[in-house]
Ligand binder design. Structure first.
Ligand code: NIG
Ligand code: FE
Length: 418
């Protein structure tokens, strides 16, 4: 058995009881803290937590000095498109010149640009490119991550992406969940026959993905010019027949009934939610479907932010994620998500932490073992640089707050000098 002690912790944030798997509405303020503390770990699992006034006396194999800083649970980033071939900074420059994200997409850029690039890259090459990003993700303090397909849009290319995503889960210390997003856009070869593409998703892609066990969830981009709510439902039902629970993109640019259709189909989460009617807010907040806000996408595209304060006030379960992708959110940094949540969405530091940890874990069905500092859960921690309180992390918005990242009790990243 490997025994490890993290000692001289200035303050632990993100403590929860073992039976709490998500936090709803006002409960999002309720993660607890403990000052001057230690955490004892056995074989990568949190065994006990105590105060430095009663130091841990048992024998240990490894000691990690937290030097009076904060210890937090690692982030649970429940919405990313980590597997892509190339960045899209040309489109970024076009947007600065005044051409909109939607206009760029209509002109053949956007998602279809990424599809074109990805189809030309071999699976091994795609894995190596993704691996670099996965390592960067860990340096920012993320321990669990959801990864979507959606830049392949043909059977082989979608399978290729999901195989790469699964391999990231096997070959890095990250805990990975995967989502099949064949319904991300209509590919060029089906632009004149969108019905045939939907049939390909239902009859070709979903069975192939399920046969190889490549996905945990099914996603659809429900939006004007992409998939309407009825098309979404057909695809979700086909996915559900193969054991894939819905986790969907809705209300990014328009409110077209996606929220209600997702709830009806027992979606685990509805993600984006930048454009919401009062009814949408009411419906998502009173449902068991998690509302996932993606503030880096709002920041990067300069579009509205999801109405987090209203969703929390009405009792919704709010999660926060990066939406890391080459078009609308080239950001893998959950520390920045913490800052945006506080600065742009009116969330308190504790609410933002709950959104980035336990509720993100819930949005990947991982909260039994991840998403908080709780005996019995995985020993996944961020040790910060010297910091007086949790608020200092989102406050220091463009600096790296991390000293060490620990996953399963092992250090996976350490900043030099800390
Ligand atoms: O979540 N909105 C749909 N999909 C991605 C962006 C895709 C892209 O621009 O490549 C998103 O924002
Ligand atoms: Fe997305």
């Amino acid at each position: 058995m490997k025994r490890c002690l993290i000692h001289d912790i200035g303050r632990i944030e993100g403590l929860l009881d073992a039976d709490v798997t998500f936090l709803r509405g006002p409960e999002m303020e309720s993660m607890q803290g403990l000052s001057d503390a230690w955490i004892y770990i056995e074989d990568g699992i949190i065994s006990s937590i105590g105060s430095m006034t009663a130091p841990f006396m048992g024998e240990v194999d490894e000691r990690i000095d937290a030097t009076g800083a904060l210890v937090l649970p690692t982030y649970c980033d429940s919405h990313t498109h980590l597997v892509f071939a190339e960045t899209r900074e040309k489109e970024f420059a076009m947007r600065i010149e005044g051409i909109s994200y939607e206009e760029i997409a209509l002109a053949g850029g956007g998602i279809l640009n990424s599809v074109d690039k990805l189809r030309r890259v071999s699976e091994e090459d795609l894995f190596q490119r993704t691996l670099k990003r996965a390592k960067e993700v860990m340096t920012h303090g993320t321990g669990c991550i959801e990864i979507k397909s959606g830049y392949g849009l043909d059977v082989e290319s979608e399978l290729k992406i999901l195989r790469v995503a699964r391999r990231i889960g096997r070959e890095t210390p990250l805990t990975v969940k995967t989502t099949f997003l064949g319904a991300h856009a209509f590919p060029n070869e089906y632009l004149e026959n969108t019905e045939a593409y939907i049939n390909l998703i239902i009859d070709g892609m979903i069975p192939a993905v399920a046969k190889e066990g490549l996905a945990d969830y099914i996603d659809v981009f429900c939006e004007r010019g992409y998939f309407d709510k009825h098309q979404m439902e057909r695809i979700l039902l086909a996915g559900k027949e193969h054991g894939l629970r819905p986790k969907v993109h809705v209300n990014q640019f328009s409110s077209i009934g996606g929220v209600q259709m997702a709830i009806k189909n027992e979606a685990l989460s509805t993600d984006h939610l930048e454009v919401m009617t009062d009814h949408d807010i009411e419906d998502i907040s009173s449902s068991d479907t998690i509302a996932t806000a993606l503030p880096a996408c709002s920041f990067f595209l300069d579009i509205p932010y999801a109405p987090a304060e209203q969703i929390m006030a009405k009792g919704g379960i709010l999660a926060l994620a990066t939406d890391f992708n080459p078009g609308s959110s080239p950001c893998s940094n959950m520390n920045f998500i913490m800052s945006l949540a506080c600065i742009r969405m009116g969330m308190t530091p504790l609410q933002a932490l709950a959104g980035c940890t336990i509720n993100g874990a819930a949005a990947m069905e991982l909260s039994e073992h991840h998403g908080s500092i709780t005996p019995g859960k995985k020993a996944d921690f961020i040790i910060t640089k010297p910091m007086r309180s949790l608020a200092q992390l989102p406050y220091s918005f463009a600096s790296d707050p991390i000293s060490k990242v620990i996953l399963g009790g092992g250090i996976v990243h350490q900043n030099e000098g800390y």
